[in-house]
Structures are given as C-alpha cells and as structure tokens.
Design a protein. Structure first.
Length: 206
C-alpha cells in the first residue's frame, strides 16, 4: 500500500510515452511498472486491469475540448475545424486512433459532446441531425487515422513493395495519387471531409 502515493496522472502520462515507443501491442502493465520503477501491484492501486488504464489514456488523449463555434462562425466552418483538431489529437500519439477505438470515453467526453450538440441545435439543427452530423465526422476521422497510422507502422517495419510494378499494373491509382494526394494524405482527408459536409448541408438548416 505504500505505493499508493504514485499519482494517477503520472501513471497515465508515462503510459502514453510508452505507447509512443512500443505501440498498443507492446504496451503492458509489466513494462509500465518497470518504466516507473515500481512493482505491478502499485499500478493496480489506481487501475483494476489494463482496460481501465487504456480507458484513462484515451480520456487523457481526448481531454482537450474540441470547442464550440466561435463568434459568428457557421456550423460548416466549425465542424471542419473540429475534425482537423480531432485528427491532430489522434495523431499526437502512436496508435492514438486504436487507443480511442478500444477505450471508454467516460462522462467528461460525454459532457463535451453534449455541449457540442447544444451548439449545433443553437444553429438550427434538430438534436437527431446534430447527433448524426457530429458522429459521422468523428467516425470518418477515426477511421481515416486508423488507416493512416497503420500505413506509418508498415512503413516503419519496411513493408514496402515494388513501386514500378505497382504503377504498371495500376496506372489509374497512380494518377489519382499524383493529382490528388495519397489515400492517407492531408488532401485526401480534407476532400473526404468536404464530401461529408456536403451531405450534411443537403439536409441542414439554411
């Protein structure tokens, strides 16, 4: 019980640093305890199991409120800004998207979501349309970053391929990448986001 003085936020920050080094597959309570110079039971004082630790790490990653619309800012500009900020938050840590996908967001994130939904209803959305608008963009962003970070991991492992052979067999794909950016590029993310926003706009209030 002497180790209960180990602060919970210290454990979470150390876990996020370890995540950057090992990825989600390499993150373990044993490794984290060794990093902190304690025995495993010291961590279980704060977290009953690894899932509780992952939940808290996900909440820390999402702790920065996406923020509501600025004065005079329309819903489209705000949701665009929100999506890019969410993507940056997920990319801030290795396997950040996977961490959020498996973690429980908790009440604080739920309260932030409620505030965002209230902002959209204030701009004329019904609760249902506002809910679906925010979740559609959030799910798109999460899925995009999952693929983005998986590609980075493959690149880090050196899982390449014969580019010349690929180009010869897939000329249209290569042309699309040349003119519009790779499927995991900033340009691709922005383009997909615009398509979703166009769909929202088709049924959004004037």
């Amino acid at each position: 019980m002497a180790q209960k003085g180990l602060a919970r936020d210290t454990v979470v920050r150390a876990a996020l640093k370890l995540l950057d080094e090992t990825g989600l597959e390499g993150l373990s309570v044993r490794r984290l305890a060794a990093r902190l110079g304690v025995q495993n039971p010291a961590l279980y004082w704060h977290f009953r199991n690894k899932q509780e630790l992952l939940d808290e790490m996900a909440r820390e990653l999402l702790a920065h409120d996406m923020g509501g619309p600025a004065e005079g800012e329309g819903w489209r500009a705000w949701l665009t800004r929100r999506a890019h900020r969410y993507r940056r938050a997920l990319l801030a840590h290795r396997d950040g998207a996977r961490l959020v996908a498996v973690g429980n967001p908790g009440p604080e994130v739920a309260r932030s979501f409620e505030a965002e939904l209230r902002a959209l209803t204030g701009l004329g959305f019904t609760p249902a349309r506002g809910l679906h608008a925010i979740t559609a963009i959030s799910h798109y962003t999460l899925g995009f970053v999952l693929n983005e970070q998986a590609a980075l991991d493959r690149q880090a492992r050196g899982d390449g391929f014969d580019l010349a052979a690929f180009a010869a067999e897939h000329p249209l794909t290569v042309e699309g990448v040349r003119t519009g950016g790779a499927p995991t590029s900033d340009e691709a993310f922005a383009h997909g986001l615009r398509l979703i926003l166009d769909g929202i706009a088709a049924s959004a209030p004037a």
